[in-house]
Design a protein around this ligand. Structure first.
Ligand code: ADP
Length: 475
C-alpha cells in the first residue's frame, strides 16, 4: 500500500494473492488493508490538501505531464503486467495503457483551464466573482476490467483540480494499481497527495470512505448494486458522488445500413475485453432484411477468435475474471437456449489445451433472442453476442430504451435524419453512430438512469472535483 509517500504492509500484516485468470497461477502477495489503513490514508490526504491545493495549476500540470510521459515510455511493460493480472490480450492492454495515459495528458492541459466567472449584479455597488475550488479529499474505488485507465480517469482530474486522493483498487487487479502509483510517485506527486489502500475485503474500506467526514467526494466505477449502496451512504453524510455503473447497450442496425459492415463492427466491439465492459453491446437489434447477412458475417468472425493466454501471439480473446463470471454467462446462455435462441457458435466453457486452468468461455453468437430471456435484461459481462431481429412497424427505439440502464448505445444507418432522430430518442449517454468507439479522454463518459451519475473525461470531468464559490463584493 502507498500511504503518505511510503510503501507499506497492512496494519494487520495480512496479505492476499493476485493471480493470473488465464492460468490460475499466483503472481504476488498483496497487503490486505482494512479500516485502520483507510483512516491512515485519509489522515495523509487531509494533511496534504492545503499545500497541494495551494500549488499553482501550472505546477500540478507539470507533474501530470511527467506522469503521462513515463506511462507512455513504459507502455509495453504495463501492458504485460495488465495481461498477466487481468487477462486481456497484449495489444488490447497496450491500447488501454495509451488510453490511461491520455487522461494524464488531457488533465495536465485542463488543470490550466479551471476558469471562474464574473456576473453582473443588479446593484451598482456590487460585483460577483465565481471562484472554483477543489472539493478536498477524494475517495476513489475502481474496477478490475480496465485496471489502469479507470485509475487515471479519476486521479488525473482530481489532481489537476487540486484535490488529494485515497484510492482502493479492485481486489483482482492490485498490481496494476501499484504500477500506476509508482509512476505518479516518480513524476513528483508529493507525499500524502495520493494514497493507495489495497484490500481483499472492500466493505470496511467502503464504510470508512462513506462515513469519515474529511472525505468530501466519492468516485466509484463498478456494479450498479455496490454503486447504489455507496451513493446511499454518501448521501446520508452529504458527500458528493460520481458513479459509473453497469450498462446494457443496444446495437441497432437499420434496414438501410450494410449488415456486413455492421457485423464487422459488432464483432470488434462485443468481444473487446471478453465482453467485460460496461459499454459492451448486450442486445443487437437487426432489421429482418439484413439479419441473416449480419449473423453470417458475425459468426464467421467470432469463430476465428482464438481464446487463450493474452501473452501468446494470435490470441484474440482472454479469460473471464473468475469462475463466478463464467457461471453467469453459462446461466444466461442456457436460459436463452431453453427459451428458443439458436447457438450459432460457442455456447460452452472452454476446457481443452490447458484452458481448464483459467476462466474461459467460448465466444458465442445467439440468434433469435427474445425479451423473455435473461440476457435481454441482465448485463452479461461476457463473450456473448445476442441478436434480436426486428421488423418494419416495430418501435426499435422503445425496445432499445426498455432497460434500467443508460450508458452506451450504437446505431448503424446511412440515413442522416434517422441517425439524428435515433440519437435524440435513445435514453443513453454515449452513442456511436456507425462508430464502435465513441470514447476518448477528451469526451465526457458516463451514464443515465441506473448507469450512474456524473461524467468522467472531457472538460466536464474536472467539474466533478470542483466547488463553485460565489463571492459578492460591495465596493
Ligand atoms: P464487479 O461485480 O464488477 O466486481 P463491484 O462493484 O463488486 O463490481 O466491484 C467494483 C469495485 O467496487 C471493486 O474495487 C470492489 O472492491 C469495490 N467494492 C465492492 N463492494 C464494495 C463495498 N461494499 N464497499 C466499497 N467498495 C466495494
Amino acid at each position: 500500500m502507498f500511504i503518505n509517500g511510503q510503501w507499506r504492509e497492512a496494519a494487520s500484516n495480512k496479505q492476499f494473492t493476485s493471480s493470473n485468470p488465464a492460468t490460475g497461477e499466483v503472481i504476488d502477495q498483496i497487503p490486505a488493508g482494512g479500516a485502520e489503513d483507510a483512516v491512515a490514508a485519509i489522515d495523509a490526504a487531509h494533511a496534504a490538501f492545503p499545500a497541494w491545493s495551494g500549488r499553482s495549476a501550472y505546477e500540478r500540470s507539470a507533474i501530470l505531464y511527467k506522469a503521462y510521459t513515463l506511462m507512455v515510455e513504459r507502455k509495453d511493460e504495463l501492458a504485460k503486467l495488465m495481461t498477466t493480472e487481468q487477462g486481456k490480450p497484449l495489444r488490447a492492454a497496450a491500447n488501454e495503457t495509451q488510453y490511461a495515459a491520455d487522461f494524464l495528458l488531457w488533465y495536465a492541459e485542463e488543470a490550466k483551464r479551471v476558469y471562474g466567472e464574473t456576473i453582473p449584479s443588479a446593484r451598482g455597488d456590487q460585483r460577483f466573482i465565481i471562484f472554483k475550488a477543489p472539493v478536498g479529499v477524494v475517495a476513489a474505488v475502481t474496477p478490475w476490467n480496465y485496471p489502469i485507465s479507470m485509475l487515471t480517469r479519476k486521479l488525473a482530474p482530481a489532481l489537476a483540480a487540486g484535490c488529494t486522493v485515497v484510492l482502493k483498487p479492485a481486489e483482482a487487479t492490485p498490481l496494476c494499481a501499484i504500477a500506476v502509483f509508482k509512476i505518479l510517485q516518480e513524476a513528483g506527486v508529493p507525499d500524502g497527495v495520493i494514497n493507495l489502500v489495497t484490500a481483499e475485503d472492500p466493505k470496511p474500506i467502503g464504510e470508512v470512505f462513506t462515513t469519515d467526514e474529511r472525505v468530501r467526494k466519492i468516485t466509484f466505477t463498478g456494479s450498479t448494486a455496490v454503486g447504489k449502496m455507496l451513493a446511499g451512504k454518501a448521501g446520508e453524510n452529504m458527500k458528493r458522488i460520481s458513479l459509473e455503473l453497469g450498462g446494457h447497450a443496444p446495437f441497432i442496425v437499420y434496414d438501410d445500413a450494410d449488415p456486413t459492415h455492421a457485423a464487422k463492427g459488432a464483432s470488434l466491439v462485443k468481444f473487446l475485453n471478453t465482453g467485460q465492459a460496461c459499454i459492451s453491446p448486450n442486445r443487437m437489434f437487426v432489421h429482418e432484411s439484413g439479419v441473416d447477412a449480419f449473423i453470417g458475417e458475425l459468426t464467421s468472425r467470432v469463430e476465428r477468435l482464438r481464446a487463450g493466454n493474452g501473452l501468446e501471439q494470435g490470441v484474440g480473446i482472454g479469460p473471464l475474471v473468475n469462475e463466478a463470471a463464467v457461471a453467469k454467462v453459462e446461466r444466461q446462455v442456457e436460459d436463452a437456449k431453453a427459451k428458443g435462441a439458436r447457438v450459432m457458435c460457442g455456447g460452452h466453457r472452454l476446457m481443452d489445451n490447458g484452458l481448464d486452468k483459467g476462466n474461459f468461455y467460448a465466444a458465442t453468437v445467439l440468434a433469435d433472442v427474445t425479451p423473455d430471456m435473461l440476457i435481454y435484461r441482465e448485463e452479461t459481462f461476457g463473450p456473448v453476442a445476442a441478436v434480436v431481429p426486428f421488423k418494419d412497424g416495430d418501435d426499435v427505439l422503445a425496445m432499445a430504451n426498455d432497460t434500467t440502464y443508460g450508458l452506451a448505445a450504437y446505431v448503424y444507418t446511412n440515413n442522416m435524419a434517422k441517425a439524428m432522430r435515433t440519437v435524440e430518442g435513445l435514453d443513453f449517454a454515449i452513442i456511436g453512430v456507425n462508430d464502435i468507439n465513441p470514447t476518448s479522454a477528451a469526451a465526457p463518459f458516463g451514464g443515465m438512469k441506473s448507469s450512474g451519475l456524473g461524467r468522467e473525461g472531457g472538460h466536464e470531468g474536472i467539474e466533478e472535483y470542483l466547488e463553485s464559490k460565489t463571492a459578492g463584493f460591495s465596493i
